[in-house]
Design a protein around this ligand. Structure first.
Ligand SMILES: Nc1ncnc2c1ncn2[C@@H]1O[C@H](COP(=O)(O)OP(=O)(O)OP(=O)(O)O)[C@@H](O)[C@H]1O
Length: 310
């Protein structure tokens, strides 16, 4: 049974196409990162999965059930951290959790959940109206974990969390995946996605523009490699020669390096770059390669000048 299948789903609001013929499948036990710039359609997609919004077209199945007609049964087996969800100001954190446990008919110990999300007992007994953003986010996450859900849907889960909170969130996500849960989470924070996701889908203007592992995405982005080459002396003609090599996007001296260093961005042959320097009379002392950062991958897939070879 596939935890989440989205098949040809679209959502229009008048003239605005929020989601356009989007299809993706999330496999069991996988942590799937759903990435995209502001307004790309992430929340609309999640809201359709949760049956808060009705699709204009397409089918969504969650844990083998129809998202529209079986949403109540689905709700009992998933854990959700929706974007912008509010806590009840007059209830304590513990009361929120007790309510979530009762309504899911679960047997969780609130103290265990509170500890997992890093809320101490004193905070748990305060009214949630006085919580900081990060504390509210931790409480909402604890509520999402109630009943060991088969699928966790987290919309921007690290919003409001400090770096420690964000790391703890990542650890929790991995723990949940290790117990066999599937996790679908949206984020703008690429480092978070890189650190925790098995696979990533990138959405742009309502379309899924990429669906792959981080490694796969890196490989598909042209200009995906940066070479740092230490040479015996600076030489402008050698730089010009490198710029003429097939696949080279840029070649610049690194003014801040202690020894003469050339930084080359290329999607072509590394050997051709090194040969061009040597043919121009330079001695290559050493070189290293750097992979495209996730930032570069994201930019390549989500900006107008997208240069993707896959
Ligand atoms: N209720 C609505 N009525 C009209 N347009 C809407 C509505 N909800 C979303 N949209 C539009 O649909 C598009 C997608 O919005 P959505 O909130 O899904 O994007 P997102 O990827 O979640 O963005 P963000 O990262 O900023 O939260 C946007 O152009 C948005 O203005």
């Amino acid at each position: 049974m596939v935890p989440l299948s989205i098949d040809g789903v679209s959502k229009r609001y008048g003239n605005v196409v929020a989601v356009d013929d989007l299809s993706l499948t999330v496999e069991r036990g996988e942590v799937f990162g759903f990435l995209g710039p502001n307004g790309a359609g992430k929340s609309t997609t999640i809201n359709m999965v949760l049956d808060f919004v009705t699709p204009t077209a397409g089918e969504i199945s969650v844990l083998g059930m129809d998202a529209r007609t079986e949403s109540k049964a689905i709700r009992r087996r998933i854990g959700v951290l929706p974007e912008g969800y509010q806590t009840y100001a007059r209830l304590t954190g513990r009361q929120h959790l007790e309510f979530a446990i009762e309504s899911k008919n679960a047997a969780d110990d609130p103290d265990v959940l509170l500890e997992r999300v890093g809320l101490d007992a004193a905070d748990a007994d305060r009214k949630a109206g006085g919580y900081s953003k990060g504390m509210s986010q931790r409480l909402l996450l604890a509520m999402a974990l109630v009943g060991d859900p088969d699928l966790l849907i987290l919309d921007e889960p690290t919003t409001g969390l400090d770096p420690n909170g964000a790391r703890e969130m990542r650890e929790l996500v991995r723990e949940e995946a290790d117990r066999g849960a599937t996790v679908f989470f949206s984020s703008h924070i690429l480092g978070q996605v890189e650190a925790v996701c098995d696979r990533v889908g990138i959405v742009r203007e309502g379309h899924l523009v990429a669906e792959d592992t981080i490694e796969g995405l890196r490989d598909s982005v042209s200009g995906g490699e940066t070479l740092r080459i230490k040479v015996d002396r600076p030489d402008q003609d050698a730089l010009d020669a490198v710029r003429r090599v097939d696949g080279v996007h840029s070649a610049e001296p690194d003014g801040s390096a202690a020894v003469p260093t050339v930084v080359v961005s290329t999607s072509g042959s590394k050997t051709a770059v090194l040969s061009a320097l040597e043919d121009a009379g330079l001695v290559v002392e050493d070189f290293s390669t750097e992979e495209a950062s996730l930032e570069e991958v994201f930019r390549a897939y989500t900006t107008e000048k997208a240069e993707v070879t896959a």
